[in-house]
Write a protein that binds this ligand. Sequence first.
Ligand code: FUC
Length: 824
Amino acid sequence: MKTLFAFFLLLVTCNSVMGTIPAIPADVHNHQLYYTAPATIWEETLPLGNGRLGMMPDGGVDREHIVLNEISLWSGMEADYGNPDASRSLPAIQQLLFEGKNKEAQELMYGSFVPKKPESGGTYGNYQMLADLNIDFSFPHRRKTTSENDAAPVTDYRRWLDLRDAVAYTSFTKEGIDYQREYFTSRDKDVMIIHLTASRRRALSFSAQLSRPKQGVVSVLPGIGKEEGTLLLEGTLDSGKPGREGMKYRVAMRLISKGGKQNISAERGITLTQGREAWLVLSATTSYAASGTDFSGNRYKEVCDSLLNAATQHVQIKESHIASHRTFYDRVSLTLPFTEDDVLPTNERITRFTERESPALAALYYNYGRYLFISSTRPGSLPPNLQGLWANGVETPWNGDYHTNINIQMNHWPLEQAGLSELYQPLTALIERLIPSGEETARTFYGTHAQGWVLHMMTNIWNYTAPGEHPSWGATNTGGAWLCAHLWEHYQYTQDIEFLKRIYPVLKGASEFFYSTMVREPKHGWLVTAPTSSPENAFFVGNDPTPVSVCMGPTMDVQLLTELYTNVIEATSILECDADYAAKLREALDKFPPMQISKGGYLQEWLEDYKEQDVHHRHVSHLYGLHPGNLISPDATPELANACRETLNRRGDGGTGWSRAWKVNFWARLGDGDRAWTLFKSLLYPAVDPQTKRYGSGTFPNLFCSHPPFQIDGNYGGTAGIGEMLLQSHEGFIHLLPALPKSWHTGSFHGMKARGGISVDLEWKDGKAVKAILTATIPGTFHVKMPEGVIRAKAIIDGQSNNYTGKTISLSLPEKGECVLSFE
Ligand code: FUC
């Protein structure tokens, strides 16, 4: 076992990369998480997932605890939250806002502009863990021991997660016997597999039980003929409606063993006595139709049969899983300067990072972010929720839902650049499913004149679109508009006209809602959203000491809607349709408020220069236009960019997990690599207090981001931030190394994507770009900004070379056309 691990550590493979950039040895340390002790908290366990099924083993020696997940397992049901009081009170709410009586408007909203408790029942529900799998081991005793407590020591303990292969391992030695466990969530077979081995005959004995804190009944499905039985865990969650069944689920587990004796009972689970090698094979399904799974839960049968029939099958099952995972994972690679800390166990690597520079930790974080994304969703499944796919209880924080005022968006930030384009499908499908509900919400809450569809600041698998229950945070109604920016982004990267045709009605419908409901505020006559809020932040009106959140036309709404309208206008021209509507949107855009700089020099968050309740508030919504939006940049709008800098300095470098991740992206867009790196360090701050064991903001030992508690958005936001530091393409040109920290002086990346349909490889040295290879996935003309510190560039396309000395390099490439750029 030890040899296997050493081999694993030393393994140095070469990436096969196209073009002339030399293949870079793949840095093993940045493709694995590893530990020298079992996990003591869930946030130390290792996440595995195939985009639908998830498991997190803790590597316990005597008892292994594995939390299982299925991404569609939700309580609640679809219900009608329509509140007719909302549209009736709307004119009065707006009037109060016109008069500057925000507090009164907010109070009126508490009684009227809230979701109504569904008359016929049904609740919002929450995402829940699927099951606990506990495996209790008993070990043979070489010497006679006086009692069970006189246990032999465990040596050479390791557990690790191989990000490339999406396989986790635990290995240790006890009484001279080597034990190894191998865990993976097969992508192609859609099952969870735990492969257990002992180095000596008759040394493997355990009992594996399935349970659940609530709503879980265990039973045994007897095997047919000589076949072993199957352990089942089944249940039905609450729908919140009397007499109506909620989501049903089923987990099925079988044991395939070589040697030893099997037993199965509902009470003790599946036991193996004195075996040597075994496979626990698990499958799970829910009754959620959109997950596209077979509720009978029999898919695992095929795998069990193959394992039974041929001893070599397990190798093939694992290999095909790895091959399937690698089709995603190997698309991109990133190498950053190595330090000796890179070889430390992951928990120590994180702790050491507070004291010492360790650039390659960003490479590990980037790879882990890609790994988590690939593992937490897949076409036909649901998008990653607040915890991706992984939840360890039946009461998940914030219902484990889809918050649409930053969180689900941040989850998708790294996606396109990391070459995982097809994983946009679950989000696209979720948005499309929301539309009928969003249309109803538009009419019920905003009146019969309201057109199109609206989504407020949270949603779930039951198509919830109404406002949140407390107007102070629940009134934000630009959740749908923000998601439309993602649909547009997917189009920008892929240039897929068929996709644009499909999503155009979605974008148009979102714009129609705002076109039909925005109002002219009395002071300047600007067109604004009202009522709304700047996500979750509050301010003071005049000398009134009560903070309020409800307002008109906050900066973020203006930015989001400017982009939405502009994108719809562009789509009408590409698709040659709706010219009249585009003209109307253009006229409306002229009446939008401008972005304003406050007397303090920072970007104004609201229409008025209100004093905010919390200067360090975690949301920095008014900087949407800087990132992920594209309305502010140091080159195009230097004054506004400066105001953003002031805003960020005032907000500070702290904040909850995801807030720190967002700030990495902001500084990257501002071209300040060292500051982005400082924020990355803040994001990676160890989340568990070593003394009190309490959780703060930062990063858990398993590299999960801590809000606290664990929220995956920070992981995805941080991953995107690393990408933004290396490559940007939102301003119509490719910007290489836009925000390189000093300590990342030398490195390379391969396969990152830029808008317009192009793939980029880059090598840099001493802080300066040396060589790039651009490969067009779509034919076109691409503009590359002359990288920082470069005087001259040579471009070779199809054997033809061209020299450039100006600010921009313009290249015309056919499909799959490649350009090799060298810089001096
Ligand atoms: C948003 C944030 C919170 C938290 C929650 C899940 O509402 O303001 O910080 O992340 O989502």
